[in-house]
Write a protein that binds this ligand. Structure first.
Ligand code: CO8
Length: 259
């Protein structure tokens, strides 16, 4: 496994823990960190044992305070056209693994957008979400304008984007920005409670289900239903489907093996 400068990774029983690790600058996402996240996600993708990728921030004060503003200041217009952070987050959204963001402290700008690209968001009571880009004279440019409005609706999205206000974990839960709002004591135990049911599923079914949701979401109803049908046809051809249905009938736990 690679070693990294600005992130830490750890594999543990099907979970790939990816920790953003620049606590002195509230885990601001500089170019090195973004490159390393991309490489780490590729590593997780290539590992058949991994079922879930969990993104966290080091230090407890921040998940990620957005793009590194010192680097941002010198960026030229054409640099906004490269895949960059937006491309990385699309890579994460399209991952074949389930993805989870655990937000303690600040998830701002590109940090919030990273969480938005994950399948499941968990916030502690110390979480603060925000898209404060307009304060810097720019707009959310890593999927925020699109993913936030799809997740919480245009009203809440425009409120957050135009005011730049910070939203607590509890409020984020109320508006549907996160699926879980939890206290930060015994955090890893609580994260495991959320992830454990996913770890018990077959990896092929995880991949097909999440891709049917993500890819179908922006299509017409008919096209999306067809994606669902084709995905199901693939699932029907797997050993895991035979194993899952047999296990139910035989009253035992399934033993899925990714085929
Ligand atoms: N970039 C660089 N450094 C940062 C960042 C950042 N985003 N956030 C915090 N830091 C640094 C501070 O400069 C400070 O450094 P130093 O100790 O050297 O002065 C250190 O972290 C601690 O920060 P604070 O003293 O401000 O700590 P607080 O706990 O008081 O406040 C906050 C924490 C609320 C997170 C505050 O630092 C803050 O508001 N940060 C900026 C948040 C922000 O505006 N984020 C959006 C960035 S823009 C973005 O993400 C765009 C993404 C899309 C780009 C697409 C490109 C094509």
């Amino acid at each position: 496994m690679s070693t990294f400068q600005n992130i830490e990774v750890k594999r543990d029983q099907g979970i790939f823990w990816l920790t953003l690790n620049r606590p002195d600058v509230r885990n601001a996402l500089d170019q090195t960190m973004l490159r390393e996240i991309g490489l780490a996600v590729q590593e997780a993708e290539a590992d058949p044992e991994v079922k879930v990728i969990v993104f966290k921030g080091a230090g407890g004060k921040s998940f990620a305070a957005g793009a590194d503003i010192k680097q941002l200041r010198d960026r030229e217009p054409l640099e906004a056209l490269v895949p960059g952070m937006q491309g990385l987050y699309s890579q994460i959204e399209k991952s074949t693994k389930a993805t989870v963001a655990v937000v303690e402290g600040y998830a701002l700008g590109g940090g919030c957008e990273l969480a938005l690209a994950c399948d499941i968001r968990i916030a502690t009571e110390r979480a603060k979400f925000g898209l404060p880009e307009l304060n810097l004279g720019i707009i959310p440019g890593a999927g925020g304008t699109q993913r936030l409005s799809r997740i919480v609706g245009k009203g809440h999205a425009l409120d957050m984007i135009l005011t730049g206000k910070f939203v607590s974990g509890e409020e984020a839960h109320r508006i549907g920005l996160v699926q879980y709002s939890i206290a930060s004591d015994n955090l890893n135990e609580k994260i495991n409670e959320v992830i454990d049911p996913i770890l018990k599923k077959g990896p092929v079914a995880i991949q097909l289900a999440k891709q049917a949701v993500h890819h179908g979401y922006d299509l017409s109803g008919d096209a999306a239903m067809w994606i669902e049908k084709l995905s199901q046809a693939v699932a029907f051809g797997t050993e895991d489907k035979h194993e899952g249905t047999s296990a139910f009938i035989e009253k035992r736990k399934p033993n899925f093996n990714n085929r």
